[in-house]
Ligand binder design. Sequence first.
Ligand SMILES: NC(=O)c1ccc[n+]([C@@H]2O[C@H](COP(=O)([O-])OP(=O)(O)OC[C@H]3O[C@@H](n4cnc5c(N)ncnc54)[C@H](O)[C@@H]3O)[C@@H](O)[C@H]2O)c1
Length: 390
Amino acid sequence: MIIEPRVRGFICTTAHPVGCATNVREQIAYVLKQGPVADCPKRVAVLGCSTGYGLASRIVATFAGGADTIGVSLEREPSEKRSASAGWYNNRAFEIEAEKIGRSPLTLEGDAFSDEMKKDFIERVREKFGQLDLLVYSMAAPVRTDPDTGKTYRSVIKPLGAPVEIKTLDTETGEVFQTTLEPANEDQTAATVAVMGGDDWKRWIDQLADAGVLAPGFRTLNYTYIGSELTWPIYWNGTLGRAKVDLDSKAEAIRVRLGPDAARVVALKAVVTQASSAIPVVPLYGTVLFKVMKQLGLHEGCIEQIDRLFRTRLGKGVELDDAQRIRVDDWELSPEVQTEVSRRWPLLTTETLGELADLGEYKSQFLRLFGFGIDGVDYTKDVDPRVVPG
Ligand SMILES: NC(=O)c1ccc[n+]([C@@H]2O[C@H](COP(=O)([O-])OP(=O)(O)OC[C@H]3O[C@@H](n4cnc5c(N)ncnc54)[C@H](O)[C@@H]3O)[C@@H](O)[C@H]2O)c1
């Protein structure tokens, strides 16, 4: 069948197997070009391994770090008539490429929030690795069922306290407009913390530690976004920020149990992923940020950020911020970038968007997440949606 993008709001319901595989291979090629990462942990787990920052982490650990990996993600399988999720194609393409260099990666597809998945994972780690040296937690999900209570929580992306009036962008039409976002109530805030906070991370680490599958010197990383004051009203000072603050306290709890370097929250830059495109204001901020960072020669996507994390931020004595986090968002938050983004922000209108921001780049990065718009891929060719080319 011919697979075309079908975009509904901030998701694309189709994905292209050849495009996704090409995307994965391009990321691998980038990492190989940078050369090996010294002292990379060798038995690595990535939760949320199939797209965005998790996929980049798995690629860097494998292709620059020489690691064997186990990944977990939630996917839609393909059928004869329907394409799979992009993550399903990415997982298969990753496995094909990792096997070519003599690795035998393991991928578990299902709900990482469930205790069944954790049990299965522990068994597979025992069989395959014995113990783990590093676990990267890179999950972004809208809903979580708490295994203890059976209660299902849905996250909301809202401000706290009072309504926020803020500029935003319709990425389909290119219209820039003011919008008022109503604040979350207490239940919604608590639900967002239950989904995107550190509860599940800590639960994973506790169960793995109890099962004795964490190697001496084991470390775990969890990714966060802090951003600049332009996005704070909706992100850091909103429900998502509350959830991210919870990561810091769970990191501390893990350090208390496993040692002073065992857990770190890592602040990363804004990039286009399935998760970030759903956040109001972030796409508008992104279109300006990408243009400014490109103009200053500081552009980074997921793979460049994670490559820099593994190469420069995981060694002994790395600088931490006041909340004991590792920072790789330093270029995004540098005065030269933020001064220029802030200068452009009040000038942004539907009419000036083309000059001050780069919507075309944003849209093309969004479509690339699903394997569309990639050079060298013939989208007019019939493909079997169940097959990822080797
Ligand atoms: N995108 C950004 O701009 C940005 C910036 C800084 C930090 N981060 C953080 O990075 C982390 C990853 O985000 P991303 O943007 O790469 O997201 P993403 O949407 O690209 O990836 C999310 C991953 O989680 C998996 N997942 C979702 N629900 C799951 C479930 N129930 N069980 C198993 N797997 C599940 C998906 O399959 C996918 O692999 C998040 O913590 C996010 O806050 C993102």
